[in-house]
Design a protein. Structure first.
Length: 254
């Protein structure tokens, strides 16, 4: 048994990373066998859900009192000094989307180089009544008025494409309504059911060419300090191109 009371389960030969957010259904992961995952990347408060997380990723303004006071030798805290270079590797936060579900995805893709990234508790849908997060009611960060978050669907499609280009499948383990466009899967079947075909030649060219032409950069990650350099309508155009690419893509998940 693990420290969360879940059966260890057989280890997968694939490198599978669980990206764990704070959605209302995130506690369902307490029943997931630890052996399904090579790494568990908890976002912000999600480290409280399972004690066996391997990485806790959080933004610069995540309150210190909400962080763990102690952690094990095999657990790592990931902050902006770690994830901004990875975001920049994939075009930067302006195009990646300035919210932690995507930040965690790009960091894990670059730093951990997984075969599969499985998201849970990252649906970014916030009911008007009841819990918005597993711990109660919290801020709907991905829905804030932000030039990088005009289309969460486009941003998730972009992440899928960049992952697929690296031979990594992105899937969603949630059964709930979601802003993520990823195919759905389950923890028991994803190791052999989730597979990815690299995007066909040229399908990423239009959005990538538009990004390159705009050349919107915020190398430090602090894009909010230079908003006068970016045009929301141009970023909306980039989003539209990613959505069109997604609609045209051939995705294989059994």
């Amino acid at each position: 048994m693990t420290s969360t009371g879940t059966v260890a389960g057989p280890k997968s030969e694939k490198k599978i990373v669980l990206i764990l957010g704070s959605g209302p259904n995130a506690p369902e992961t307490r029943t997931y066998a630890r052996g399904h995952f090579t790494n568990i990347v908890a976002i912000n408060n999600a480290w409280r859900i399972r004690e066996d997380w391997t990485h806790l990723i959080h933004p610069e303004d995540f309150p210190s009192e909400r962080r763990p006071r102690t952690w094990q030798d095999d657990q790592t805290l990931v902050d902006y000094t770690d994830y901004i270079p990875q975001q920049n590797r994939y075009g930067g936060v302006i195009y990646a989307g300035g919210t932690m579900a995507f930040t965690a995805g790009y960091w894990a893709l670059g730093a951990l180089q997984p075969d599969i990234m499985a998201f849970m508790g990252c649906d970014m849908v916030y009911p008007s009544q009841g819990k918005t997060h597993f711990y109660g009611t919290g801020a709907a960060d991905p829905l804030r008025d932000d030039i990088t978050l005009q289309s969460l669907e486009a941003k998730s499609a972009r992440l899928w494409f960049h992952a697929a280009q690296s031979g990594c499948a992105c899937v969603n383990l949630s059964n709930a309504e979601s802003r993520l466009v990823f195919p759905r899967s389950t923890p028991d079947t994803l190791s052999h059911d989730a597979r990815v075909t690299k995007p066909r030649a040229g399908i990423m060219t239009p959005p990538l060419a538009k990004e390159a032409a705009l050349n919107y950069r915020a190398p430090t990650g602090r894009y909010w300090e230079m908003l006068d350099q970016f045009h929301p309508s141009e970023l909306a155009h980039v989003d539209r191109l990613w959505r069109e690419a997604w609609q045209a893509a051939s995705i294989v998940v059994a």
